[in-house]
Design a protein around this ligand. Structure first.
Ligand code: SAM
Length: 278
């Protein structure tokens, strides 16, 4: 019995349901319920919120979220082998856990949740960035979620919080920081997982800002940033030429050095450029 919820320890759950981790599904499980409760707490006060969890696996983080008082957890899991273990958790928390079997890239369950909504997940590495980009680029801002608390490879987490001039700075940093407050709240060594991955991991907490830090048309900003970083060693005057043959004059007019590289350009300047394109 575990202390947080009276359910069996995760090691026993995995043995009982024969949940051998599959690499193709990005399965690196967290078995320490103190740690999963800590990650759940990093998502803030859960009591009045619905939580979307992607990839609950054997349910370590799910149990953390429920024990920390989440009003309701909606979990999407691709691996049907995990469903019986998750059903046991649902039975221990009547009416508070719903599990959908499926691919989080194909299902958008946010419409089935009640505001306020938080997203919290130990994401499978192979789909983590794609899901983050989707959550960061909804049709309308503010988004339906108020915060994202997500485990990534440490290197990806560093790209999300990176500042201009650093190697990690790029599209992900700009996308995240334009409309969110983003910070790394926890770094974990491979030994925290079963089986251990090759690299360190980190939890990033992103809070949605009510409005973007600087005004800009979202699609244009994404296009300008993507073009700028597509060949990040190129000067802006060549990297952005495809968007405007007269880009050099445009950059000069906006006070941006045409010889600068995208990695030297801050969010405010990228937004000014996107506004100028209209
Ligand atoms: N949350 C569990 C934990 O912390 O121990 C498991 C995390 S494990 C890194 C990722 C989980 O995502 C696995 O259970 C895997 O089966 C699931 N998964 C992988 N791809 C998925 C997808 N496209 N949609 C939903 N779940 C997926």
């Amino acid at each position: 019995m575990s202390q947080i919820d009276g359910l069996p320890p995760l090691r026993d759950v995995i043995a009982q349901h024969d949940l051998q981790a599959k690499k193709a599904l990005g399965q690196n499980f967290l078995l320490d319920l103190n740690l999963t409760a800590r990650i759940a707490r990093a998502a803030g006060d859960l009591k009045g919120s619905d939580i979307l969890e992607v990839g609950p696996g054997p349910g370590g983080l799910t149990r953390g979220l429920l024990a920390e008082g989440a009003r309701r957890v909606l979990a999407i899991e691709k691996d049907p082998r995990c469903l019986p273990a998750l059903a046991e958790i649902a039975a221990a928390y009547p009416g508070r856990l719903e599990v959908i079997e499926g691919d989080a890239l194909q299902i958008d369950p946010l419409a089935h949740l009640t505001l306020p909504i938080k997203i919290c997940a130990n994401l499978p590495y192979n789909v983590g960035t794609e899901l983050l980009v989707r959550w960061l680029t909804p049709a309308q801002w503010p988004p339906v979620w108020s915060s994202l608390t997500l485990m990534f490879q440490k290197e990806v987490a560093e790209r999300i919080v990176a500042k201009p001039g650093s190697k990690a700075y790029g599209r992900l940093a700009l996308l995240a920081q334009w409309r969110c407050e983003a910070r790394i709240v926890l770094t974990l060594p491979p030994s925290a997982f079963t089986p251990p991955p090759k690299i360190d991991s980190a939890v990033v907490h992103l809070t949605a800002l009510p409005e973007p830090r600087f005004p800009a048309p979202a699609k244009t900003l994404e296009r300008v940033v993507a073009a700028g970083f597509n060949q990040r060693r190129k000067m802006l005057r060549s990297a952005l030429k495809g968007l405007d043959p007269q880009i050099e004059a445009r950059l000069t007019r906006l006070g941006i050095a045409p010889t600068a590289r995208a990695e030297e350009i801050g969010l405010e300047q990228f937004c000014a450029l996107a506004r100028d394109f209209g």
